[in-house]
Design a binder for this molecule. Structure first.
Ligand code: IVH
Length: 699
């Protein structure tokens, strides 16, 4: 898509722009240039996953473009990168007919079925050998895109195959879908392209963690997450979920009068290459062309072995006749094309029997029902235990003890019960009775109205204390190896461990008399505990198990302070001003640091040698603001307030909270008010603009 010389040039312009932030020309050409480099970096990031600039730098460019467009609304073009950004909520998604029906594929499960498919194709084609293109079968939600005169005009869900929902505002949020493409260069006037929208495993996992932190049941699998997200009526929420796309078929096109049919569209594989050359994401490394079915079969079998290495879910391979004319000759049955077939990988489902349900108490007191099932082998592991998440899930699925259930485990996803097979019920099945009291401390359970989980509110409940310690030492938190669940329970029962700080006061002498605790394992444990004392602040924050604070929020928080106890001074409003922290999360953080016992515990940890400092922040990268103090007021156009403040700190400067003689610079954004007035009066404070500030930083 970009030639080497172009890459160099675009990267050069990028560097110039970043250097002269806020000082651009504001004419049409400047805007076009900025758009060109933003598109280039979107391509590097979203299409080929090989970015050349940091996210932060990308944001600076993006905001600069927003600013230029704000100043020159007449120069906004419909396919500007800023025009993905959706403002308001969508009302309804109108139905819309597909230009060509979206068919589904016939399935095959073994080599014999593929041989059969090939034999029929050869017979109908009257050929000895057929050329096939093979590519992954993406497990997401299918969509159809239409471009007219180079612009994306609509995106539609599959629907019933004939008509779907027009979800264009949401489609525009998927950053691997170009808003425009140079089809006219090939004489194409209109084109309909099919593809699959996905959420990658990592984003899916993060999203589910957030849901669970908030007491909701996680989404079953990435497929449901992708198709559910496409129907959300709030495009900015869609944007946040980071959907991705792979395009896999050109289903229709027209050419401008007199233009010949583009050669690339004569074969399936080259049509995908044409899309790729125009900035679309296709399975460029995975698609392969074979003459004859033998190579196809080998490739499918080999590919299945590596399916888990892909960052997204696939459930098989798709085999397509490569020659488009031959596709037309083969035609279709009532349901499926005769020129394509899916080769499905082994199912990751099994049936089992629901034996009983146990109720576990989490570290925040939430009660999680866990189904114990007859051992079910799925994809190489045996499953005996499946979370049911909360009471609603049990009710919605109408699960009963004794039910035969369908269990699924997709890729890295935690196993879940798809549904009970109600037709197999004998009448002996028993209802699942949710407890009214904590199974551990027997306190009465409580359910906040807006939440899905029932809770034990006794913070001294043994189960909660144990779970808090288990969470504290876990891999993504303080990562204290050697202190596994079983040991924690054992030490707790023996009175060797009572609270989080007691981890750092473990009596190793008493440990040494326990079975399995030789000098070697004690030394290992000692050193793991010692090392954990200097874990970065974000890990410690996550480890504290503050409700609604997952790994991502912990990172945001760690970035905001020099010392963990600084949070004592933060109001809910201040917390809410941080990235992605809403009222619920802010109030939970506030409550945590407003609690005397928690502060006492943190002080204790510090006395025991844990670092509560933000080491990253105190390590200044470049001290050109050394000795200077800054205060920001009004609305900044390029930077978030938090970004500006951390730039100051990174460069050795300090942020102060009010205008006084101690203040060196007041950075005044738009609509600056009383602070600006006050600073003018002092006479000693230098008042500068955001771009002046950025120049100071860059020097
Ligand atoms: S081709 C007429 N290619 O699988 C041929 N489909 O039942 C149209 N799918 O709903 C489909 N990956 O959404 C094709 N590489 C791929 C695919 C793919 C996933 C989905 C598609 C469709 C289902 C087939």
């Amino acid at each position: 898509m970009y030639a080497t010389s172009q890459i160099k040039e675009l990267q050069q312009i990028t560097t110039q722009y970043l250097k002269h932030l806020g000082k651009y020309e504001t004419d049409k050409l400047a805007i076009q240039k900025l758009i060109a480099i933003i598109r280039f970096h979107e391509y590097r990031y979203y299409l080929i996953s090989d970015p050349l600039i940091t996210d932060y730098e990308f944001d600076l460019l993006f905001k600069a473009l927003q600013q230029l467009e704000k100043e020159n609304p007449g120069l906004i073009i419909p396919d500007s990168p800023t025009q993905r950004v959706a403002g308001s909520l969508t009302k309804d998604f109108p139905s819309q007919q597909h230009l060509v029906p979206m068919l589904s594929l016939d399935n095959s499960y073994n080599a014999d079925a593929l041989l059969d498919f090939d034999r029929k194709a050869r017979e109908l084609a009257g050929k000895k050998e057929v050329v096939y293109c093979v590519e992954p079968k993406f497990d997401g939600a299918s969509i159809s895109l239409v471009y007219e005169n180079d612009l994306l005009v609509r995106g539609i869900t599959r629907g019933n195959g004939i008509t779907g929902d027009n979800i264009t505002p949401n489609i525009r949020q998927i950053r691997s879908i170009p808003l425009s493409a140079n089809f006219s260069a090939k004489g194409i006037e209109m084109i309909e392209i099919r593809g699959e929208v996905l959420i990658n495993k990592n984003n899916f996992k993060n999203y589910n963690e957030q849901l669970m932190e908030q007491g909701f049941a996680p989404l079953a699998n990435p497929r449901n997450a992708a198709s559910g997200t496409l129907r959300i009526k709030d495009p900015s929420e869609v944007r946040r979920r980071n959907l991705e796309v792979f395009l896999y078929n050109v289903s229709y096109f027209t050419t401008t009068e007199g233009a010949p049919e583009p050669e690339e569209l004569l074969h399936h594989s080259s049509s995908l290459d044409l899309l790729y050359a125009n900035g679309f994401r296709i399975p460029i490394n995975e698609k392969k062309v074979f003459s004859g079915i033998k190579g196809v079969i080998d490739y499918c079998i080999e590919f299945e072995k590596t399916r888990d290495e892909l960052p997204y879910e696939i459930d098989g391979m798709v085999i397509k006749v490569n020659d488009v004319e031959l596709q037309d000759t083969l035609g279709m049955t009532a349901h499926h094309p005769r020129w394509a077939i899916a080769f499905k990988f082994k199912a990751r489902q099994a049936t089992s029997k629901l034996l009983k349900v146990e109720f576990q108490v989490g570290r925040t007191g939430s009660i999680t029902p866990v189904a114990k099932i007859e051992p079910a082998p799925i994809g190489g592991i045996t499953i005996t235990s499946v979370s049911l998440f909360n009471a609603d899930v049990i009710r919605e699925k109408d699960l009963r003890i004794g039910d035969t259930v369908l269990v699924e485990r997709a890729g890295d996803v935690i196993p879940y019960i798809v549904k009970p097979l109600t037709e197999l019920r004998t009448g002996e099945e028993q209802p699942i009775i949710f407890p009214t009291h904590c199974p551990v401390c027997k306190d009465e359970l409580y359910k906040p109205e807006e939440e899905a989980a029932w809770r034990c509110t006794n913070i001294n409940c043994e189960a909660q204390v144990l779970e808090r310690i288990i969470h504290f030492v876990s891999k993504n938190a303080m990562d204290i190896r050697g202190l596994g669940d079983a040991n924690i329970r054992k030490f707790y029962a023996l009175g060797l461990l009572q609270t989080i700080p007691s981890i750092y006061r473990l009596n190793y002498e008493k440990l040494s008399v326990l079975e399995g605790f030789g000098t070697k394992s004690i030394d290992k444990l000692k050193s793991a505990i010692e090392i954990s004392k200097s874990q970065p602040l974000n890990r410690l924050i996550f480890a504290l198990g503050i409700r609604h604070v997952g790994e991502t929020t912990a990172k945001v928080l760690a970035h905001e302070v020099n010392h963990l106890l600084d949070f004592k001074e933060f109001t809910i409003e201040k917390l809410q001003a941080f990235e992605d922290i809403g009222p619920k999360v802010a109030s939970s953080i506030f409550q945590f640091f407003d609690n005397k016992d928690n502060i006492q515990m943190l002080k204790e940890l510090e006395d025991l040698g844990l670092s509560l400092q933000n080491e990253k922040k105190t390590h200044v990268t470049d001290g050109n603001l050394q000795g200077l103090t800054f205060l920001f007021t009004g609305t900044l156009s390029n930077l978030k307030r938090s970004e500006a403040e951390s730039l100051v700190e990174q460069h050795g400067g300090k942020i102060v909270s009010g205008v006084s003689s101690k203040l060196s610079y007041l950075v005044a954004g738009e609509e600056a008010g009383s602070k600006l007035e006050k600073a003018k009066k002092t006479g000693s404070v230098k008042i500068i603009s955001e771009s002046d500030f950025l120049r100071m930083v860059k020097k």
